[in-house]
Design a protein around this ligand. Structure first.
Ligand code: FRU
Length: 728
């Protein structure tokens, strides 16, 4: 069973491995954003869309809400979580650098995005040129104000690189236009409320100041904060310019389109491009160390077109998002189905292994059982063989000894000799009992002793060998045994009363049974060439010998052996060592209890016609029934033939003279010649009663050569002369 458990475990392992085999290594990319606003949202969703094109990318986002400490903490914890690459937009130039250095020193590639740091420890940088942006915005302002005007600049977060660079660019461009006056540079932090507050404070302080022509907020939110302050203060509204130019409801494009802002600058997010750069780095592909993103000025002139385009892009992104969700759902289903298939497969394999195990277990059990039965059979055969070996010599000691005890020699013996003889006899009987017991104990069967009940004293003693010759009519007994001593002993028992035939095995026995048709057969069971059981069956199967009674005389003392013997057709079963008296009694009994057809052609009174068929029906065996019917038919057909001999009848039946003679004698008690004569006389009697033919005519007609011989025979048979029958 342990073997099958191991097998099942291996199958499950394979199934498990197969179901996981498609899981490739995932790249974990940490994204550290300095703040959380619509610009960052746009970029993050572009990063996610970019990740859709890579099965092996997992993104982890963190937003620091414009706090240096928080961003440092978030970077450290992303690193500790085991990210494979860090994308970072640092809040300020100098403050975040140590955290970036730590990540980089741990071997994690770092992409600095959009804002800059003062560290050199980064893998790549991607972002737009903020100086250029500020410069172009300065140029635009000068042109927009026709080189003359008063402006306010509201800065981004102090210390953040875009704020510094945009300021530098803007101021350098403005410096080229002396008609443009920067009235104030106010400090913001990229958020609208701060811008609103600073501008509000300034306006409060400069209530009576000259009109302001333009406010440049460093991003659109800052510009809008400033606008609100102006509106609330009830001051004449200047032009407002910002940077970012985002799509969407509150995005810069719409603000410009709605003239709330005069101009903006599209500050590119390009999250998808950023993700591709990250993947290229992770996969060891070639990449640009510094990537400059292109940007463009957004004014009243192009706002409408850009708004349409951006809305179209947003619609497409939305579709893409939905497609992705659908694809994800299908992939999930597919994954579940795959797992289910593998589990089912594993279960089937497990079941098969289990069934195979059970099958093999039963196979093994059946084999063990077969082997045990085979052993038992061999054991039984062995004991049967041994007992046979012992019983045969025992028979040959006990039998002759009994015979000897009855002779005159023994009666004259001294007392001492008598005592010694009885010791031998007692111990032979004891030995027989011991053998029976031993066989009984070894095979658990019942040992039968067919001889036990026989009272030897009450039976006629068998004639010792050579003393009495059987008379001419004596029945013939065929002895079949491979042991010559047993044959001799049996002959000595039987020959005074019967004429004895001998055969040394079943094969030879069968030949003799067919040739000589004995009246009875005494056969051993265990013999070479053909054993006694087979012999018994063959004798009973053959038309010629089927009627012969068979006594099986054997050392096979078990009940089951005896049953086997009867099933083969034996008429009696006697075990060795046997009592000669019992054997003789059985033979006598079998010969006398034969169902013989004495009245095959009996003559009935004239009023009651003879019914030979009824007589035939009394024969017990079907084979015998058929044999007698055939014999009768042939005799009646050839009745009138006065030359008809027994040989002719035998030839008509396909038998030899001896075979016909013995079979007919055994079944009817009469010889074929007697039966032929009886049949002729019965026919003659019928003709005398029913026809007008003369006695002589009838004598010739029923096959008598001379009427006078017919008359003699008729008188012998019926006690009257034929003329008497005629009279009645
Ligand atoms: C978004 C943002 C933008 C601005 C940029 C500067 O967080 O404040 O509005 O242009 O960052 O880094």
């Amino acid at each position: 069973m342990r073997k099958y458990c191991q097998f099942a475990f291996i199958i499950l392992m394979i199934a498990g491995m197969a179901s996981c085999s498609q899981d490739v290594k995932k790249y974990r990319i940490g994204v550290s954003q300095c703040s959380d606003d619509i610009w960052r949202d746009k970029q993050n969703s572009e990063l996610k869309i970019g990740a859709y094109f890579h099965d092996n990318v997992e993104l982890r986002f963190a937003a620091a809400y414009d706090s240096d400490e928080r961003q440092i903490q978030q970077i450290d914890s992303l690193v500790n979580e085991g990210i494979d690459l860090l994308i970072v937009a640092p809040n300020q130039v100098s403050t975040i650098s140590p955290a970036i250095d730590r990540a980089y020193d741990k071997g994690i590639p770092v992409i600095v995005f959009e804002r800059k740091t003062n560290t050199k420890k980064y893998t790549a940088y991607m972002g737009a040129d903020n100086y250029e942006m500020g410069h172009l915005m300065g140029e635009y302002v000068a042109t927009r104000l026709n080189e003359r005007g008063r402006i306010i600049e509201v800065m981004g977060l102090k210390g953040s690189s875009p704020a510094i660079e945009r300021h530098n660019g803007f101021r350098e461009a403005i410096a080229q236009h002396p008609g443009i006056q920067v009235i104030a540079t106010l400090q913001g932090d990229w958020t609208e409320p701060t811008a609103y507050n600073t501008v509000k404070q300034w306006l409060d302080k400069n209530k009576d100041g000259e009109k302001i022509d333009l406010v440049f907020g460093m991003n659109d939110r800052t510009a809008m904060g400033a606008r609100k302050a102006f509106e609330e203060a009830g001051r004449a509204l200047p032009l407002f310019c910002g940077i970012d130019g985002l799509p969407g409801e509150n995005g810069g494009i719409r603000l410009v389109q709605d003239s709330l802002l005069d101009a903006s600058y599209i500050y590119p997010t390009h999250g998808d491009q950023l993700l591709q750069l990250a993947v290229d780095i992770l996969e060891g592909k070639p990449y640009e160390k510094e990537t400059k993103l292109m940007s463009a000025l957004l004014t009243q002139d192009n706002a409408r077109v850009l708004l349409m385009e951006s809305e179209e892009i947003m619609r497409q992104s939305h579709n893409l998002e939905q497609l992705h969700e659908k694809a994800n759902k299908y992939l999930d289903q597919l994954g579940n189905q795959r797992t289910l298939i593998f589990v089912a497969l594993a279960a089937i394999l497990l079941l098969l292994a289990l069934l195979a195990g059970i099958y093999m277990y039963y196979l093994q059990r059946a084999r063990i059982q077969d082997e045990r039965m085979q052993m038992e059979r061999e054991q039984l055969d062995f004991y049967t063989q041994v007992s046979h070996e012992l019983r045969t010599p025992l028979t040959l000691i006990q039998g002759p000894l009994d015979q000897l005890l009855r002779t005159n020699d023994f009666r004259d013996a001294s007392d001492n000799a008598r005592e010694l003889f009885s010791i031998v006899r007692r111990n032979t009987q004891r030995l027989t009992r011991l053998i029976n017991k031993m066989l009984d104990a070894q095979v658990g069967g019942t040992v039968t002793d067919g001889n036990a009940h026989v009272e030897t004293q009450n039976l006629a003693s068998p004639a010792p060998a050579g003393e009495i010759k059987p008379d001419e009519d004596a029945s013939t007994v065929l002895i079949v045994d491979d042991n010559a001593d047993i044959r001799t002993y049996l002959r000595s028992i039987l020959q005074g009363k019967y004429s004895v035939l001998e055969a040394e095995d079943g094969q030879r026995g069968l030949e003799l049974a067919r040739e000589q048709v004995p009246d009875l057969i005494v056969s051993d069971v265990m013999m070479p060439v053909m054993n006694g059981l087979e012999f018994c069956q063959q004798v009973k199967k053959d038309d010629i010998s089927s009627h012969i009674p068979i006594i099986l005389l054997t050392a096979r003392a078990l009940e089951k052996h005896q049953i086997e013997g009867y099933e083969s057709g034996a008429d009696a079963y006697i075990t060795k060592p046997f009592s000669p008296e019992l054997l003789l009694a059985r033979i006598d009994n079998l010969l006398h209890s034969r169902h013989q057809l004495k009245d095959l052609w009996s003559v009935k009174p004239a009023t009651e016609p003879a019914t030979p068929a009824a007589s035939v029906a009394s024969v017990p065996m079907p084979i015998e029934d058929a044999f007698i019917s055939q014999f009768k038919k042939i005799v009646e057909e050839r009745l009138s033939d006065s030359n008809l001999s027994v040989e002719d009848l035998a030839a008509d039946m396909g038998l030899s003279r001896v075979q016909l003679y013995r079979k007919v004698k055994a079944l009817t008690g009469s010889t074929p010649v007697d039966l032929l004569r009886k049949a002729r006389l019965a026919q003659a009697q019928r003709l005398l009663q029913e026809s007008t033919l003369s006695v002589s005519e009838i004598a010739y007609q029923v096959g008598f050569a001379s009427p006078s011989y017919f008359t003699k025979c008729y008188k012998d048979e019926f006690g009257t002369v034929p003329g008497e029958a005629r009279k009645s």
